[in-house]
Design a protein around this ligand. Sequence first.
Ligand SMILES: [Zn+2]
Length: 263
Amino acid sequence: MNPADVVVAVAGAALGVDVQAEVAGTVVEAGEAAKEWLGRRVVVPRILSCGDCAACRRGRVAHCPARATRAGLAERETVGARWLANVEPPLWPDGVELWQLAALADAALAPYTALSRAGVGPGDRVVVVGRDARARFAAAIAIAKGATVEEDASAGAIVLAAGPADYARALSLVAPGVTLVLLDGAPALPPLATDWSALVAAEAHVLGAVGGHPDLLPELCALVVRGQLRLGDQVRRVALADAEQAHAAYLADGGALPIAIPA
Ligand SMILES: [Zn+2]
């Protein structure tokens, strides 16, 4: 094992946008340089970027050419310790089970990163389009940041689409000075015809976002610790054997985020 690597025993793997890569668990083995991680509960973010290249220095972690690949749904994952988010106290949220924190790896981190990039803050008006866990997390995060969540876009509103199925509706909610925040997701859909003239006339901003930034995970954990982001209603546990079916149903129907629990 690489001295800086650890082995994480997976407590839960979220079946969100990237089934292989949204994990919470406990460090059960550690290399020489990572011994202090042994026994800690951790969240492994979806995107494992190098942190050092030109893309990473701009915060565009999804475009990191040295991004680590993931091994797939498994009971254990070997990963560099530098990417782990430590969720031991004071970042351990009372009343939460470790498997539930897999929801933070992307389903909550992606909207958190996108809303941060859009500069959401107190007094802003946010419209969330979507019916999956990302959409519900986006609304909770917007409120935690002091924004109000509204049904219809008004001038200057921030409109977030939780995934590709939500782009068309988000793009139709045009108001003067609106900021459209479009999250990546699965499944990919055919190209969308868009009325660019309406977006130009509104002087809209359009912001794409692929996944979340791993460095923001501790901030996100703090929201859970403070009770501003609740996981219980937004997640449900499924057996690893049922993962494929649960994932397909989630992509089709939205609802609570399925999290696979190894046997
Ligand atoms: Zn990089």
